[in-house]
Design a protein around this ligand. Structure first.
Ligand code: OGA
Ligand code: MN
Length: 372
């Protein structure tokens, strides 16, 4: 037995978990000086700037989904993490707001699935936004019940991820939002993955004390396609490890608008989000007037104007929260789900009762740490 295995057995703790706990710690607060900040444009022997093919996506096609011309994107590889690409906020000024509004107002709507559906009827979760907006607290000192929007923890799109069985299935699919498919398609194309099909999405909604435990995203049936991750709102620390839990992870900041593309070997690397880091500088998604991108772009777009009222609600939410969207292609070209036996009804119900599981996944690290 090697030395590493002995020390893991002795302490019950692997290198990843140790670092996870370090960054999650509140008192005393950890030292953040080793956390890579791609927005600061420092390069060292670990951070490798990447030139993407500026002709892969036309400036017009990029602008249509709210992205800057590809030639302006600041993209980086990380030494030791093959297939991992970090793009420091490629969004046009003012366009993040549209995507934040989609995450808060549009994507939680039926037929998409959210954590509240696990213990509430569909009529009760029908319009989370409309039910929440009138009750947003404005009176100081008065105790108001938390709104549905405050209680939103996750939304799934397309093939709906089942948190219990950790699988997707052919018979639990609803149409993937076309504009989010197009955004993902353009990004994948720019990064050298033409023909990407967005088939599943997981949106996570984080409060300032939330974290996401150590895990691998391997439920997709085909791993040759990249996984795209979008961050909006408050910043966070992301830990990227390796194929084994024993490998010590690298820490980096994810700021609003940042993208990560996990492909190749990195597609199946362990990762986690131990901590939200309050953004002291203004969050770009909020600072511009809501129609900033309109003025510079006359062509067609998938993005609609965000109303002043929606902007106010999104701004307030994002002021203390973070939203992460991951977009995945589940099936390879020509691939389909294997035939499955249909379960007896009571077993299906049991399978769908996954609220508990998600609570653990989102609120604490205990589930993933003990079970991965
Ligand atoms: C995920 C994930 C990380 C994040 O949803 O699978 O790894 O930054 N999210 O929230
Ligand atoms: Mn993940």
């Amino acid at each position: 037995m090697d030395k590493m295995a002995v020390s893991v057995m002795e302490t019950g703790e692997d290198a990843f978990r140790k670092i996870f706990k370090l960054y999650k710690r509140r008192n005393p607060s950890p030292d953040f000086s080793d956390v890579i900040d791609f927005s600061k444009c420092v390069t060292n022997d670990k951070i490798v700037p990447v030139k993407l093919d500026p002709a892969a996506v036309s400036d017009g096609d990029a602008a249509k989904v709210g992205l800057r011309p590809v030639k302006e994107w600041k993209a980086f590889n990380l030494q030791g993490y093959p297939g991992f690409l970090f793009i420091s906020n490629p969004f046009l000024r003012g366009s993040q707001l549209f995507w934040v509004r989609q995450c808060l107002k549009t994507y939680p709507q039926k037929p998409n699935v959210c954590n509240l559906d696990m213990h509430m009827s569909h009529t009760d979760t029908q319009d989370i936004w409309a039910k929440s907006v009138p009750n947003l607290s404005s009176s100081v000192g008065k105790r108001v019940p938390r709104t549905l929007l405050d209680r939103l923890r996750w939304v799934t799109l397309g093939y709906h991820y089942n948190w219990n069985s950790k699988t997707y299935s052919a018979n639990h699919y609803t149409p993937f939002p076309t504009e989010l498919h197009l955004l993902s398609y353009q990004i994948a194309t720019a990064c050298g993955f033409p023909g990407f099909i967005a088939e599943a999405g997981i949106l996570n909604y984080y409060k300032s004390d939330s974290s996401l435990g150590i895990h691998v995203d391997d439920a997709e049936l085909d791993h040759s396609h990249p996984l795209l991750s979008f961050s909006f709102g408050q910043s966070a620390i992301f830990l990227l490890g390796g194929i084994h839990r024993q490998e010590s992870p690298t820490a980096m900041y994810m700021h609003s608008g940042d993208l990560m593309i996990m492909s190749g070997q990195s597609r199946l690397f362990y990762h986690a989000m131990p901590r939200i880091v309050p953004t002291h500088q203004k969050v770009e998604a909020l600072e511009t007037d809501q129609c900033g991108w309109h003025s510079g772009w006359q062509g067609s777009t998938v993005m609609e104007q965000v109303s002043e009222e929606d902007w106010t609600v999104c701004a307030r939410y994002i002021h203390s929260s973070r939203v992460n969207m991951t977009v995945r292609q589940v099936l390879g070209q020509g691939q389909s789900f294997p035939e499955t036996f249909s379960l007896p009804r009571h077993a299906q119900e049991h399978q769908e009762d996954n609220e508990d599981h998600m609570k653990r996944r989102c609120r604490s690290d205990s589930f993933n740490i003990k079970n991965t």
